[in-house]
Design a protein around this ligand. Structure first.
Ligand SMILES: Cc1cc2nc3c(=O)[nH]c(=O)nc-3n(C[C@H](O)[C@H](O)[C@H](O)COP(=O)(O)OP(=O)(O)OC[C@H]3O[C@@H](n4cnc5c(N)ncnc54)[C@H](O)[C@@H]3O)c2cc1C
Length: 361
């Protein structure tokens, strides 16, 4: 019998289970489909919240810690598995019309290099392919991206390398509770017992009878398109009005994303394709001439303020690790450390109160 069962094998479940295993816990991760097949695969992998100055300090705190963790984590995963997650320094140019003072105070507070640029030549020196719509904004040279499908692949390979137990195609149907204490989960196949259960089921985290009332996580669909270009054609990530460009190492260029609150629907639409393409071409006109290779959608685990739950539930032995919304990759590494501290009853590396069950209501 494992000490702890993690329900959900997206980035959050994988990072949490790995962290607990490395701390000596006997874990078992259960994933309904294939590891990382949902939002964690579908995302963009920007290692920063979009417009971080609009978020609560508690989100920025996780982001800043994760930024420090990722280089070492990626190196370790490479040593363990030979899988390269493509953590690269693309920098992020944010086309911006907001109050500069707010942004500069944010950058000072978190010691992040940020400069306001409103000179077209200077902007073209940063990214030569941007169009006239990119007239002014904030340059954040230190923002990295990670190729999230490769992160998932490397994490899965690390599970195999370290022999961390996991099961794919294992649908958890119920969390079993006796006398207000968890005793295990029931999957379609069998009952699995454990004294601790962590719900890391992304957008589906409120599906269980024990989480329905307490966990306010809803699916927020995001659609994305991908162009096929040449390496180094576009070098920087560019963001404007929620639309962004992410150039990958191999020349592929992602353009995202929509924000759609329409339930558990992962269909893609031509209207979204048109919207994303138009916004992308406005930012980087040469995209007009590139083939669109693929379009997809993922369901983000949405919370009201984008603050995740990283906390114990009122039921003894039950924990919630969900609701990372648009930022599950950037927040995930630090969030998993905090979840591990809580589950192992250690002094947490930061104040856990903002991520508690009722903190968001
Ligand atoms: C278009 C788009 C762009 C994004 N861009 C970024 C970005 O640039 N940077 C960033 O940091 N974040 C980004 N995100 C957000 C990020 O992808 C998510 O916050 C993150 O993936 C959430 O991880 P998760 O593990 O909680 O959820 P998921 O990856 O969805 O994993 C949850 C898992 O739980 C499993 N599950 C559900 N129910 C059960 C059950 N009953 N039994 C067993 N397993 C179950 C699911 O199958 C799933 O695999 C983006 C998301 C989208 C959609």
């Amino acid at each position: 019998m494992p000490d702890c069962i993690v329900v959900g094998g997206g980035a959050i479940g994988l990072l949490t289970a790995r962290q607990l295993f490395l701390q000596g816990m006997d874990v078992l991760l259960l994933e309904r489909g294939l590891l990382g097949g949902e939002s964690s695969w579908a995302g963009g992998g920007i290692i920063s919240p979009l417009y971080p100055w609009r978020y609560d300090d508690c989100v920025n705190l996780l982001a800043e810690r994760s930024k420090k963790i990722y280089p070492e984590l990626v190196k370790t995963l490479f040593e363990e598995t030979g899988s390269d997650c493509e953590l690269i320094d693309s920098g992020l140019f944010v086309v911006n019309h907001e109050n500069q003072q707010d942004i500069l105070s944010w950058s000072k507070k978190w010691s992040i290099e940020a400069s306001y640029i409103d000179d077209s030549n200077a902007i073209h020196q940063i990214e030569k392919t941007v169009g006239d719509a990119v007239g002014r904004g904030i340059w954040l040279p230190d923002i990295k991206q990670i190729r999230n499908p490769k992160l998932i692949k490397a994490l899965k390979a690390s599970f195999d390398y370290l022999s961390i137990p996991y099961q794919e195609n294992a649908v958890v149907e119920e969390v079993i509770v006796e006398n207000n204490k968890v005793s295990g989960v029931r999957t379609q196949q069998k009952v699995l017992n454990a004294d601790k259960i962590i719900i890391a089921s992304g957008a589906w985290s409120a599906q269980f009878s024990v989480t329905q009332a307490a966990v306010d996580v809803l699916p927020v669909k995001g659609q994305m398109i991908m162009y096929k270009g040449e390496p180094n054609l576009v070098k920087r990530m560019v963001l404007s009005e929620g639309h962004y460009i992410i150039p990958r190492n191999d020349g592929r260029i992602l353009a995202g994303s929509t924000l759609e609150k329409i339930g558990f629907d992962k269909s893609v639409s031509t209207s979204a394709l048109d919207e994303l393409h138009q916004a992308a071409v406005e930012l980087v006109p040469l995209l007009e001439g590139l083939p669109i290779e693929r379009q997809w959608a993922g369901l983000r685990p949405g919370t009201k303020k984008g603050i995740p739950y990283i906390c114990p539930h009122d039921i003894e032995g039950l924990y919630i690790h969900a609701g990372h919304f648009r930022n599950g990759i950037v927040l995930g590494a630090a969030s998993a450390e905090l979840m591990a501290d809580i589950v192992l009853d250690r002094k947490p590396w930061c104040d856990p109160v903002p991520y508690a069950l009722r903190a968001q209501h």
